[in-house]
Ligand binder design. Structure first.
Ligand code: MN
Ligand code: MN
Length: 454
């Protein structure tokens, strides 16, 4: 448990891991918003025989073991399920991750001009170190919805012929205040242009950008009904001379999401029904209709009960209570460049496989979801039986900080939950680092969990 997985890795398994990560790099390069994750996942799901649950509900078609279904919530949250042999009241095996990532959201009226430069005002989303988001190429991803309901998909800055956007930073020569780590939220404004519209009388540069938007069928007022996210431009890349790692935007938590999607896609008819849960808004407290605090998941469970048996509220409650869950989220990997907040004995390390965190929370386990040892013992048993590389870890020193995931929100249903996922270095930075073997072992863990957890 406390050594590099490579020490005991076969060449075949290494090749499999590297090959699996080619698919992941492709996924995480194109799925940079919640909506883009959903689009990619529907494609993968439908290619693998998953059917929208609406088709079943419309005709009251009964669900049977082996049936593969999915449900979508407002294009930003999703559930995939493979119906198992056992009745649903016996519980589900759930792997749940979040598909939102830190970024800069455009404000509702973002366009303004200052110093002959047109800028776009943003409000950052999630926990970011603001200085990290300056002086790097950013792309705009999202949707604009016109009053008549027409939807314009925005993906600007990824094609090499597209322009990129970005936030300026002071040259070191003039940064006398040494504001290295104190860029404020209001200073995160995207630079969008410098050419004036000569026919205009004031704010000429701003007017020129408004004209350019108009040419694309977008009125500046349409930005009120839009959801546009500025994210790092560019694709996921192999990282390190040995290519053992991946550098990409949004790996928290799309790396675990991808592993769980592939695990459910590639699983055979399980004993217990398998669930892959992909939710939004985790980075800002899981609130809102598409976050884990919404009843979307509960409604889905009610739907599948109604499609398999005579519906009763009690059956829904029993199903939830008897379920087991892996809260599939990344954790901090030990960083030799910044070792201060880490306890070397208890951290997750890159290359040691999937990292299990018995509890989340911070400083005295505050607000933690703390997994039961009975449940952990069951997990150890099935992982060891199947030769999975895993590690037990904490996130940082006791008083260093901490964090939460969706686990505590699922534990409310009185089900067993534990956190487990891929260790990440530079988490929440524009470019995050993961190790390929950890991603592959995470995938194998979820697959094993779906198949064997009782
Ligand atoms: Mn996360
Ligand atoms: Mn996060």
């Amino acid at each position: 448990m406390n050594e590099s997985a490579y020490e005991n890795y076969s060449t075949g398994r290494l090749n499999d891991a590297f090959e699996f990560c080619e698919g992941y790099k492709n996924f995480v390069s194109t799925a940079k918003t919640e909506r883009e994750v959903i689009i990619q996942t529907i494609k993968i799901a439908e290619e693998n025989g998953f059917v929208n649950i609406k088709e079943y509900l419309k005709n009251n078609n009964r669900l049977k073991p082996g049936d593969k279904i999915y449900d979508i919530n407002m294009n930003k949250a999703m559930i995939l399920a493979v119906i198992g042999d056992e009745k649903l009241e016996n519980g589900l095996n759930i792997v749940g991750s979040h598909i939102d990532s830190p970024r800069l959201d455009l404000k509702s009226t973002p366009i303004y001009e200052e110093g002959n430069i047109c800028l776009l005002d943003t409000h950052y989303y999630g926990g970011i170190k603001k200085y990290q988001w300056t002086a790097l190429p950013l792309a705009l991803h999202g949707v604009i919805v016109k009053k008549d309901g027409t939807k314009i998909n925005v993906c600007y800055g990824e094609n090499e012929n597209d322009p990129v956007f970005g936030i300026s930073d002071l040259l070191p020569h003039l940064d006398k205040e040494k504001r290295t780590e104190v860029v404020t939220g209001e200073e995160l404004n995207l630079i969008a242009g410098t050419i004036p519209d000569k026919n205009s009388t004031k704010e000429k540069v701003k007017q020129n950008i408004i004209n350019l938007l108009k040419e694309k069928g977008i009125d500046k007022e349409d930005l009120f009904s839009s959801e546009i996210e500025a994210v790092p431009a560019g694709k996921a890349r192999d990282f390190g001379l040995d290519k053992s790692m991946i550098m990409a935007y949004g790996q928290d938590d799309r790396v675990c999401a991808y592993a769980s999607i592939m695990a459910i896609i590639n699983s055979e008819t399980p004993k217990k029904t398998s669930i892959c849960l992909l939710v939004d808004k985790e980075e800002i407290g899981s609130a809102g209709a598409t976050g884990m605090k919404s009843v979307f998941f509960e409604n889905f469970v009610a739907d599948i009960i109604s499609l398999t048996t005579n519906y009763s509220d009690l059956k829904v409650r029993h199903c939830l209570k008897n379920s087991k869950m892996i809260s599939s989220d990344v954790t901090a990997g030990y960083d030799p460049n910044r070792p201060t907040p880490f306890n070397k004995e208890t951290e997750a390390y890159l290359g040691r496989g999937i990292a299990f965190c018995k509890y989340t929370g911070s400083k005295g386990k505050n607000d933690a979801s703390d997994a039961n040892p009975e449940y952990i013992a069951q997990i150890r048993q099935i992982l060891d039986n199947n030769g999975i590389f895993y590690q037990a870890s904490e996130m940082g020193k006791v008083e260093a900080g901490g964090g939460g995931t969706i686990s505590k929100l699922m534990a409310i249903y009185d089900m067993d939950v534990i956190d487990a996922g891929v260790p990440v270095i530079s988490m929440h930075a524009p470019w995050e680092i993961t190790a390929k073997v950890d991603i592959y072992e995470t995938y194998l863990t979820y697959k094993t969990f779906y198949h064997f957890m009782q």
